[in-house]
Structures are given as C-alpha cells and as structure tokens.
Design a protein around this ligand. Structure first.
Ligand SMILES: Nc1nc2c(ncn2[C@@H]2O[C@H](COP(=O)(O)OP(=O)(O)O)[C@@H](O)[C@H]2O)c(=O)[nH]1
Ligand SMILES: [Mg+2]
Length: 288
C-alpha cells in the first residue's frame, strides 16, 4: 500500500511557487524559468508524484486567489495536508509576511491540522544582500517564537533557484520531504543510482562525449549509453541531434555545480551528497 502525502504551496503572487515545483520536481530548466516567466497560475494546480513508496500530491495555490483560500469557504483545500509551505519573496514586507503566517496558523487551528508542518521559504534570496536576509529572517523568527507562542517549532529557510543557491535549496526540500515520507535509506536500485552519480560527477563540461566518458569511467560504451538514456528519461541529460553528443540538463548542471562546490570545501560526507542526489533523481511525475 502506498501512503499518500500532501504538500500545499501557498504565498503571495509571483513569489516563485510554480518555479520551485517545476524545477525540482519536474526538472524544468531553472535558467528558462528565471528568464521567461511562466504565465501567472490561476486557481489550483495539483500534481501527483511518486517518491519511493509514497504518493506525493503537491498543491500549488495561485497567489491571486489567496483571499479565497484563506476565507472560510475554501479552507478545505488544506485538509489532510502534511505540510504547508509558505513561499515569500524576500522583498515582501515584513508585516505582510507575518500577517500571512498568522493566517496560516489560524487555519491550522481551525482545521485541526495537528501534524501538519508549517514551513516558510524566503525565496529569491539572490536579489538581496546576506545581511538584509539575515536581519529580516531574524525579525520574523523573533515574532513567531516570542510574540506568537504557537510558532515555537516554526521553520524558515533562504531559497533561490539560481545557480549559486540551487543545490542548497534542493537540500532543504529533500530534508523536508524526508521528514514526511517513510524512508529507510537508498533501496536496492541504489547501485544503478550510484552509477548515475558517478556519471554525473565524471562529466567535466556541460557537454558529454560518450566515447571519452566511457574510457574515463572504464565501462563499455554500450552500457554507458543505456545509462545515459535512462538519465535522459529522468530529466538529467538532454541528447543532441543524433545521440552522439549529450548535454546535462540545466537543472542537473545547477545541482552538480552546488554539489561540487560543497565537496571542494570538504564539508560534505560523500554519502550525504549521494542521498540528496538520489532524491533529486527519483522525483517523478505520476501520470494518471
Ligand atoms: N530572482 C529570482 N527570481 C525568481 C526565483 N524563482 C522564481 N523567480 C521569478 O519569479 C517570478 C514568478 O515566479 P512563479 O514561479 O510564476 O511565481 P508564483 O506566482 O509564486 O507561482 C518569475 O519571473 C520567476 O522567473 C529566484 O529564485 N530568484
Ligand atoms: Mg504560480
């Protein structure tokens, strides 16, 4: 039996809810999401994903209709949610962020969502200085813990889908996902995953030459090619015209960039990165 989990994404219009969902869960290019904004979403867009033995429903609530979701009639949208992820633009006003969070806490009480986690993302962190972000987050945390006692286990993160922040943001998501779905370590298909991981690590440029890479990894070209085709299916790689050349997808490239930076600094256990990669890889849209 698959367990079902529900995450609701909510926040003011234009904060990046749909971009986060599309790039991390569906491997859309973060570069094009940043360059060519999506049409503003309307209403409710829910998508089902499979993650290990769980079904994961992600409900993307369009910001334009917040008054509706937060009003009495439509609050039912939050029923049975395991997590409410409030996504703000770091430049949203402090007052509006706090008011929004208080509304969400009120919904949690009204609907008796006892085990539902409430998390805030201060998104587009790339647009501000670190000290600005730090001060703002401190102010929010102080309000939520001191002036508003229910917020004692309130969690808040700095996020962005830009190259410099992509890996960190996914790691935040990965930890949140792990906290709501049953997970007992990488399952048996882990060997295949390890192979994907070493392929990803071995790619030096954005371009991939199968022949060269096969030599480097000391595996047969045929085998490498079939792995690459699997990776393409997972959105990590894109093939060029005739299967001779491949490129990493933008999302995989950003992910790898962050992972390597952390490895360079030497403060990452090999396995931690692999675990994150594993989650990044296995998030698949579930077509019904
Ligand atoms: N600077 C910056 N812009 C972002 C980021 N994420 C999304 N955006 C932009 O924010 C705008 C709104 O994004 P969208 O996902 O449609 O927001 P939604 O209305 O909350 O679903 C788009 O122009 C995106 O390119 C980010 O991390 N940094
Ligand atoms: Mg949207």
């Amino acid at each position: 039996m698959m367990s079902s989990k529900k995450i609701v994404l909510i926040g003011p219009p234009g904060t990046g809810k749909t971009s986060i969902k599309k790039t991390f869960f569906e491997k859309y290019s973060p570069i094009s999401l940043l360059k060519n904004p999506l049409d503003p979403s309307r209403g409710l867009n829910s998508t089902n994903y499979v993650l290990l033995d769980s079904k994961l429903g992600i409900f993307d609530l369009a910001g334009q209709e917040n008054d509706l979701w937060l009003s009495n009639e439509d609050k039912s949208i939050f029923n049975d949610s395991n997590m409410i992820l409030c996504i703000f633009d770091i430049n949203n006003s402090l007052e509006s962020i706090i008011q929004f969070l208080l509304n969400i806490y009120q919904i949690q009480i009204d609907l008796n969502l006892k085990s539902c986690k409430i998390v805030a993302f201060m998104h587009k962190i790339d647009l501000v200085s670190q000290s600005y972000a730090k001060r703002k987050i401190k102010a929010i945390c102080e309000f939520m813990t001191k002036q508003h006692p229910r917020g004692a286990n309130f969690k808040i993160f700095q996020t962005s889908i830009t190259k410099e922040n992509y890996y960190y943001t996914f790691r935040v998501l990965y930890k949140l996902l792990k906290s709501i779905i049953p997970y007992e370590g990488i399952p048996s298909q882990g060997n295949e995953m390890a192979e994907f991981n070493s392929i990803l690590c071995a790619i030096e440029d954005k371009q991939i030459y199968v022949e060269k890479l096969a030599v480097k990894l000391n595996i047969k070209e045929e085998r490498l090619l079939s792995r690459i085709i699997d990776m393409e299916r997972k959105g990590l790689i894109k093939s060029m015209n005739n299967m001779d050349a491949f490129v990493l997808s933008d999302s995989a490239y950003f992910f790898k960039f962050g992972l390597e930076n952390i490895r360079k600094k030497g403060d990452l256990e090999e396995n931690l990165g692999f675990d994150t990669f594993f989650f990044f890889l296995i998030l698949n849209e579930f077509n019904t």
